[in-house]
Design a protein around this ligand. Structure first.
Ligand SMILES: *Cc1c(COP(=O)(O)O)cnc(C)c1O
Length: 449
């Protein structure tokens, strides 16, 4: 570094820590977080990415939007409603407020009137029972996988779990349902074939084995077509009820009641009405709530699971219980609104976004800025064949990385050489922030034709 090197002018850490705004941020964020931001901004200045005289203001700006956790908010412009890499379902404002309220001391296991201990999460249980007609009882645990482990352990450890070979699925990140079940000490009893499983396959297994439960899994992330056959829940229930064997249905996505938009997605109320004894659903897929596993069904079975020692290891935390109750009792969660978004409204928003960033030519090829028809997706392994008709702004492909690393961070869909901005899963109130991010990325990336 020479005497005239501009890097000599980068403010030192102790000087920055004495700046009033930065000192105040230390009370809010802790000194470790503040120092990490300072070091990062100083490094950028050393690398020449930032003028030394901009360091102080940049630190102040970054601290203003920081929290003590480093996860960044992302505008989801992919059109994928349940985006696994973005944390699946975004919580509703009502659920977010409930989490905030539950963050302190809260009456999660206390009856304030009597002062006596109460059943944990009783009001969330009531909300689940209101949302799912026909369930005798409900239990919420950490996630869907935990619900499956609890059910198979409590009902079938050391015994058989009967499952169709067509339903032995891998979900994502190498997670196989069958490995999970085998890890509980239950024996997998595979029946049928990949494409065809008949009622008699279940009946034979039940008649000849030591069966703890029959598991019917909805293979939400793939479909088989052609020469196929499966036994329905109602058919299997005819056999299981005769033998006193519990029938457990893992719905995967987690609708509690039927949604006409997704006719092939099973729902808890219908599965119970068809004769399932216990239904397993995920809280943060189609239900649109926090991460959770939901068990609904026969009161004796749910009670048996709730009393099992493993239940304590997979119990839901107070924040998730609060978020779930608010999701069920409050206004429609974002997931539901995004799934049912009106294509005409999406088109108008896409056109406004395109207008605010540059030239617009509806339906033209993806050069510069155009508005194109674009199907959204359910995502999260749900309803893989169902397109959600909508619209997107197409930008040059190279803009995608600038959008992801911009502020706010925007995740677009990169497809066929274009960077697609689908407004479906962006709150409308954030459209101006999205437009500003698009303008900034286009300006940084060069051309708008
Ligand atoms: C997603 C899914 C699960 C696991 O649920 P998590 O809440 O992710 O643990 C279990 N079974 C099926 C069929 C699923 O689709």
């Amino acid at each position: 570094m020479t005497r005239t090197d501009p890097r000599r002018h980068i403010p030192r850490t102790d000087r920055l820590l004495a700046v009033a705004d930065i000192r105040d941020a230390t009370h809010r964020l802790g000194s470790q977080t503040v120092r990490a931001v300072i070091v990062d901004v100083q490094d950028r200045a050393r690398r020449g990415e930032l003028a030394p005289e901009r360091v102080e203001a940049t630190v102040v700006d970054e601290l203003a939007t920081r929290t003590a956790a480093s996860g960044r908010r992302v505008l989801n412009a992919t059109g994928v409603v349940i985006h696994t890499n973005l944390g699946r379902a975004p919580l509703s404002d009502a659920a977010t407020a409930a989490v905030q309220a539950a963050a302190g001391y809260v009456d999660v296991e206390l009856d304030l009137r009597s002062g006596a201990r109460s059943r944990r999460g009783a009001t969330t249980r009531e909300a689940l029972l209101r949302a799912c007609r026909g369930a005798g009882d409900a239990l919420m645990v950490n996630n869907g996988a935990a619900a499956l482990v609890l059910a198979t352990t409590a009902l079938a450890a050391g015994r058989d779990v009967v499952i169709s070979r067509g339903e032995m699925i891998e979900i994502g990140a190498g997670f196989r349902l069958t490995d999970l079940i085998a890890s509980t000490g239950a024996r997998l009893r595979e029946v049928g074939t990949t494409n065809r499983t008949h009622l008699r396959d279940y009946a034979d297994a039940i008649a000849s084995g030591d069966v703890g439960c029959v598991l019917k899994v909805h293979p939400s992330n793939y479909r088989i077509s052609g020469f196929t056959a499966e036994a329905t829940i109602a058919e299997i229930a005819g056999v299981t009820s005769e033998h006193g064997v519990p029938l457990v249905a893992d719905l995967g996505s987690g609708l509690l009641a039927a949604d006409p938009l997704l006719p092939d997605e099973p729902d808890a109320a219908s599965a119970l009405a068809a004769g399932a004894d216990l239904v397993i659903a995920s809280g943060d897929k189609l239900l649109g709530g926090p991460q959770a596993g939901i068990l609904l069904g026969d009161a004796d079975l749910v009670g048996q699971l709730a009393r099992h020692p493993l239940a304590r290891a997979v119990r839901a935390d107070k924040l998730a219980l609060a978020a779930m109750e608010a999701t069920l009792s409050g206004p429609v969660p974002p997931v539901t609104a995004y799934l049912h978004a009106d294509p005409a409204t999406l088109r108008a928003r896409a056109e406004r976004l395109a207008e605010s960033v540059g030239a617009i030519a509806v339906g033209a090829p993806a050069v510069g800025v155009t508005v194109v028809a674009h199907d959204g997706r359910v995502g999260g392994g749900g309803a893989p064949g169902v397109p959600l008709p909508g619209w997107a702004v197409a930008l040059p492909e190279h803009v995608a990385q600038l959008l992801r690393t911009g502020d706010p961070a925007v995740l677009p869909r990169v497809h066929d050489g274009a960077c697609l901005i689908d407004p479906r899963c962006v709150p409308e109130a954030d459209d101006h922030r999205l437009a500003a991010a698009m303008r900034a990325a286009l300006a940084a990336g060069g051309e708008v034709s």
